[in-house]
Design a protein around this ligand. Structure first.
Ligand code: SF4
Ligand code: SF4
Length: 198
């Protein structure tokens, strides 16, 4: 269950660099620091754009995430997804989440990361992951039975997904097709396995 905690950002400014913004008042590309970002935080804080006032990352929203999950500490920006933005099979919980991995492999191996993802998958919450790359639906790679009994296997699968996403991130043009194809293949394999078990 989500719980609107609404913590303060403190010293974190990760979303001001990592996220894409596309609103009438303000646009910025992902993985590029906002032009208004300074060493002391937002340089136009009092007059910042509506999206900047309204946006709350998952760490600010979900009470079950402790202080170690603040994005500048965890290397993960969690964005809450509305039910319309998740596949129909995963709409029952009323929301989904996108995990943008900005801290590399260390973010995946950090204690508590795999356990948190496993808990969401067990509850049927759609979990998408990206690493400055196209996103993939983690649930398609991990079935609830696996995450319930095999945390080491769950962590290894999450690392494999991250490696594929990371490869997709850096390849340009036609070279990007190979990792994306592998990603799709792995996703299809996971879905076939899941269907076979059902
Ligand atoms: S990522 Fe979250 S905690 Fe960090 S600045 Fe953005 S909203 Fe605040
Ligand atoms: S305007 Fe300020 S709050 Fe908004 S993205 Fe830029 S630095 Fe961050």
């Amino acid at each position: 269950m989500t719980n609107l905690k609404k913590r303060d950002c403190g010293g974190c400014t990760v979303c001001c660099t990592e996220l894409k913004v596309d609103t009438p008042e303000f646009r910025k590309k992902p993985q590029v620091p906002c032009q208004h970002l300074t060493a002391k935080g937002c340089g136009i804080y009092e007059t910042r754009f509506p999206i900047c006032r309204e946006f709350l990352c998952g760490w600010r929203l979900f009470a079950d995430l402790n202080d170690g999950w603040r994005p500048d500490r965890s290397g993960v920006v969690i964005v809450r997804l509305s039910p319309d933005n998740v596949p129909p099979d995963y709409r029952a919980p009323g929301y989904g989440m996108q995990l943008d991995i900005v801290g590399g492999e260390a973010a995946i191996t950090r204690p508590g990361f795999a356990e948190y993802v496993a808990a969401q998958v067990k509850r049927g919450v759609a979990v998408q992951m990206s690493a400055a790359s196209p996103a993939t639906l983690v649930n398609a790679h991990l079935d609830p039975a696996t995450v319930a009994r095999d945390m080491a296997g769950t962590r290894a699968t999450l690392l494999r997904i991250f490696a594929m996403l990371h490869a997709a991130r850096w390849k340009k043009g036609i070279g990007m097709l190979v990792p994306l194809y592998r990603l799709k293949l792995a996703q299809q394999k996971a879905m076939v396995t899941k269907a076979g078990k059902g």
